[in-house]
Design a protein around this ligand. Structure first.
Ligand code: FAD
Length: 386
C-alpha cells in the first residue's frame, strides 16, 4: 500500500493544550510536531502540503490547490472548526480557539489589554480592558477561564505592580444550567466551586447575543463591557463535506455507515470530528479518543476490504473525560471513577504528557510545568503582533 497524507499544515497539533499557548504557559512548538518528522520512519507514506478544495468521488480524485490526487481508498479526516452558531458579530470581534494562530492571537490580545489598561486614565474603560469573557462551560471554556485567572493572579500581578486586582474580571458564561455537561453532578459542582475560588464569575443561563469588541450583550438584555471575548461554546465539522457534495448531519458532520464508509462510496471512509455516527443513541463526541479509535477501525477495514474479508463496525470505547481548573485542581471521570482536586490534577498531567507526540515535547512541557509550578511563572509573555 502507498499512503499519501494531505494537510494544509505541516505539523500535527495537540489541541488539548492550545489554551496553555493562549495563556502564555507554553510555546506553540511544544505542542506540535512536523508531520515529516513523525512519518520519517515510514517508507510507504508520502506527505503533501496542500489545501483540499473538494472531491470528485465518481472519478476517485481528491481536488487540491496543487492539482488532483487520485486514490483507490480515501480516508477523510479534516476535523472541526469553531462554531459561532451564526453570531456574526461574535465571530468578527471575538476569538475562537482551534489552531496555533488563534492561541497566539489570544495571548497577544490579553497581554496587550493589560498594557493598554496601564495607560488608561479612565476607570471605567480600564475595567473594560481588564474584563475577560469566556463563553462556553465545556472543558475548553473551564480550562481557559481557570488558566486566565492564574495567569493574571499569580503572574501578571507581579509584572504590573500598579494593577488593582479589583479591576480584573473573568466571566465564564454558560447558556445551560451546568458546566462540563456529560460529567457526573459531583464533578460539575466541584469544577464550578474551584472556578469561583479562583475568582472566576461563573454565570449559568447566560447566552451571548452580540459582541462589538467592547460590549457583550446577553439574550437577557444585560450588557457587560469587555475588551476580550473568547468563544469556547461550540464546534462543527469543516465545510469540506459540503464542498464535496456529501450528505451532512448535525454540526455539519458527514454521515457514515457503522463501518465508517460513505453509503454511496464504500471506498471512502470518514473519521474523527468530521464523521457523524451515533453510539447508544448519541452522536460520537468530537474528541481525540473517538477520532483515534475511528482511524484504527478505518485502517483495519481497508485491510479487510483488500483481503475480501467482512468489514468491522466501529465500536467506541469511552474512557471518560478530564478537565483541569489550574494548580492542584482538576476533575476526572475515568472508567466510571470520579476524582477531584490534587489526585485528578496529577492524573490530568500524566495523561497529557503521555499523549503529547515526541519525546522532546514531553520533556519541554514537563520542565515548563515544573518551572511554572515552583516559581509561579508563565514564560511566553511576549506580545509578538496584533
Ligand atoms: C481547544 C481544543 C481543546 C480540545 N481539548 C480536547 C481534550 O481535552 N480531549 C479530547 O479528547 N479532545 C479535545 N479536543 C478535540 C480534539 O482535538 C479533536 O477531537 C481531534 O483533534 C479530532 O481529530 P481529527 O483528526 O478529526 O481532526 P483534527 O485534529 O482537527 O485534524 C484535522 C486536520 O485536517 C487538516 N485539514 C482540514 N481541512 C483541510 C483541507 N481542506 N485541506 C487540507 N487539510 C485540511 C487540518 O489542518 C488538520 O491538521 C480539543 C479541541 C480543541 C480545539
Amino acid at each position: 500500500m502507498d499512503v499519501v497524507l494531505l494537510d494544509r499544515h505541516n505539523y500535527h497539533l495537540f489541541q488539548p493544550l492550545l489554551y496553555q499557548v493562549a495563556t502564555a504557559g507554553l510555546e506553540p512548538e511544544q505542542i506540535a510536531k512536523p508531520l515529516r518528522a513523525i512519518l520519517r520512519g515510514q517508507r510507504n507514506v508520502d506527505f503533501r502540503l496542500v489545501d483540499v478544495t473538494g472531491a470528485d468521488l465518481a472519478g476517485r480524485r481528491l481536488l487540491t490547490d496543487a492539482g488532483p490526487v487520485p486514490y483507490d481508498f480515501l480516508v477523510l479526516a479534516p476535523g472541526g472548526e469553531t462554531n459561532f452558531f451564526g453570531l456574526k458579530s461574535v465571530a468578527r470581534h471575538g476569538f475562537g480557539l482551534k489552531d496555533v494562530g488563534d492561541a497566539v492571537a489570544i495571548r497577544n490580545h490579553v497581554l496587550r489589554a493589560f498594557e493598554l489598561a496601564m495607560l488608561e486614565p479612565d476607570a471605567e474603560r480600564r475595567r473594560a480592558l481588564l474584563t475577560l469573557v469566556v463563553v462556553g462551560g465545556g472543558p475548553t471554556g473551564v480550562e481557559m477561564a481557570g488558566a486566565l485567572s492564574e495567569l493574571i493572579r499569580l503572574v501578571l500581578v507581579k509584572d504590573y505592580p500598579r494593577l488593582n486586582l479589583k479591576d480584573v474580571r473573568i466571566l465564564l458564561l454558560e447558556a445551560t444550567d451546568r458546566l462540563l455537561g456529560p460529567m457526573p453532578e459531583k464533578l460539575r459542582e466541584a469544577a464550578a466551586d474551584r472556578l469561583w475560588r479562583k475568582h472566576v464569575e461563573v454565570r449559568f443561563g447566560a447566552a451571548v447575543e452580540e459582541y462589538d469588541g467592547h460590549r457583550v450583550r446577553l439574550k437577557s438584555g444585560e450588557v457587560v463591557p469587555a475588551y476580550t471575548l473568547i468563544w469556547a461554546a461550540g464546534a462543527k465539522a469543516t465545510d469540506l463535506g459540503a464542498h464535496a457534495g456529501l450528505r451532512t448531519a448535525r454540526q455539519g458532520r458527514i454521515a457514515v455507515e457503522p463501518t465508517l464508509q460513505l453509503p454511496s462510496h464504500p471506498e471512502v471512509y470518514v473519521v474523527g470530528d468530521a464523521a457523524y455516527l451515533e453510539a447508544g443513541g448519541q452522536p460520537l463526541p468530537m474528541m481525540a479518543p473517538a477520532a483515534i479509535q475511528m482511524a484504527e477501525t478505518a485502517a483495519a477495514n481497508i485491510q479487510h476490504a483488500l483481503r475480501g474479508e467482512p468489514l468491522q463496525p466501529f465500536r467506541y470505547r469511552d474512557a471518560g473525560a478530564l478537565a483541569t481548573i489550574g494548580r492542584n485542581a482538576a476533575v476526572a471521570y475515568i472508567y466510571g471513577i470520579q476524582l477531584t482536586g490534587f489526585v485528578a490534577w496529577v492524573v490530568w498531567l500524566v495523561v497529557h504528557i503521555i499523549q503529547l507526540i515526541g519525546f522532546r515535547n514531553k520533556l519541554f512541557v514537563l520542565l515548563n510545568w515544573m518551572w511554572d509550578y515552583c516559581f509561579y511563572e508563565r514564560a511566553s509573555r511576549l506580545i509578538t503582533k496584533e
